[in-house]
Design a protein around this ligand. Structure first.
Ligand SMILES: [Cu+2]
Length: 295
């Protein structure tokens, strides 16, 4: 072919590559659709700069916890080889203390009269990590802020398919083969306790709480949690735990300057079936709950 034909060939190849790459970029940004500018309510909000305190406590387990059940991983031999003693982790109790309880400020009034929701908090630039290791999610329960990145990794020699099932954010699922790069996503809307499953391994489960503020914590293996940097004020906090039936409990706390407000919880509560629905009925628009409805 002559020189002119060659030039046109190069140009058309370059153009088609450009079209391809922008198409890929477009599909990944689709993950943010549906939420869009959900931060509109905080446009006029200001950052809090006054005195703060801490909320901390211990989550106890009432009675004898259900024994963890062995998980049958024969569907994927790789899982069985790496993690032969995989068991259920919905109720992790050590010495009577409960791990993986999500504790967060639901609503409240900051000293001076403004609502907590009137203050804005920027999402941290550091991503939250979710790893798949031994065909098991780590961590099992995590909090993330609206528009903060979640970085999902596959540490297994097998393929996973991450599938969050939110009610307010767009649902997605994505395959992550052995050795594939991390998957990065964000959630544009506040939504507490988004279940995450794996389409390859039905036993894999995790929960994500998407928050408008950073005032939350997950109880550690010894049941302890701590929420620092809480503006001085009065709040309703909520503790949520998975269990075989998820349950949540509210508590009123007062935070003083440089003080530590104690907030100890015990699960399951007597008559948990009725009390667990109560916090969700006292919903405030500032902090959305999944049961508010689908968008
Ligand atoms: Cu999996």
């Amino acid at each position: 072919m002559n020189k002119q034909t060659k030039v046109w060939l190069v140009i058309s190849i370059a153009l088609s590559l450009l079209v391809l790459s922008s198409a890929c970029g477009g599909s990944s940004s689709d993950t943010n659709k549906g939420g869009g500018t959900n931060t509109a309510s905080t446009d006029n909000a200001v950052a809090y700069s006054g005195p703060t305190g801490t909320i901390s406590g211990v989550i106890s387990y009432n009675g004898t916890p259900p024994a963890p059940k062995k998980i049958d991983t024969t569907a994927d031999p790789v899982c069985g080889q790496k993690n032969p003693n995989l068991t259920t982790d919905d109720t992790m109790v050590t010495n009577g203390k409960l791990a993986n309880t999500f504790v967060y400020i639901k609503e409240g009034t900051v000293d001076g009269g403004k609502k907590l929701a009137d203050y804005s908090y920027a999402a941290p630039t550091t991503p939250v990590k979710l790893d798949q290791n031994g065909c098991h999610y780590a961590p099992h329960v995590l909090g993330i802020m609206v528009n903060q990145k979640i970085n999902i990794t596959n540490s297994d020699a097998t393929q996973h398919n991450i599938h969050p099932t939110p009610k307010l954010n767009p649902e997605w699922n994505q395959t992550q083969p052995n050795g594939a790069p991390p998957i990065e996503k964000t959630f544009a809307r506040a939504e507490q306790m988004i279940p995450v499953k794996c389409n390859q391994h039905p036993w894999m489960k995790a929960y994500i709480a998407v928050m408008k503020h950073p005032l939350y914590a997950v109880s550690a293996a010894d049941g302890t949690f701590s929420i620092p940097n809480v503006p001085v004020g009065k709040y309703t906090i909520v503790a949520w735990r998975e269990g075989q039936t998820p349950e949540e409990q509210p508590m009123e706390v007062t935070v003083t300057a440089n003080g530590t407000a104690k907030a100890d919880f015990a699960f399951p509560k007597a008559g948990a079936a009725t009390s667990s629905t109560k916090p969700s009925l006292q919903m405030v628009p500032a902090i959305e709950f999944p049961m508010l409805g689908k968008h």
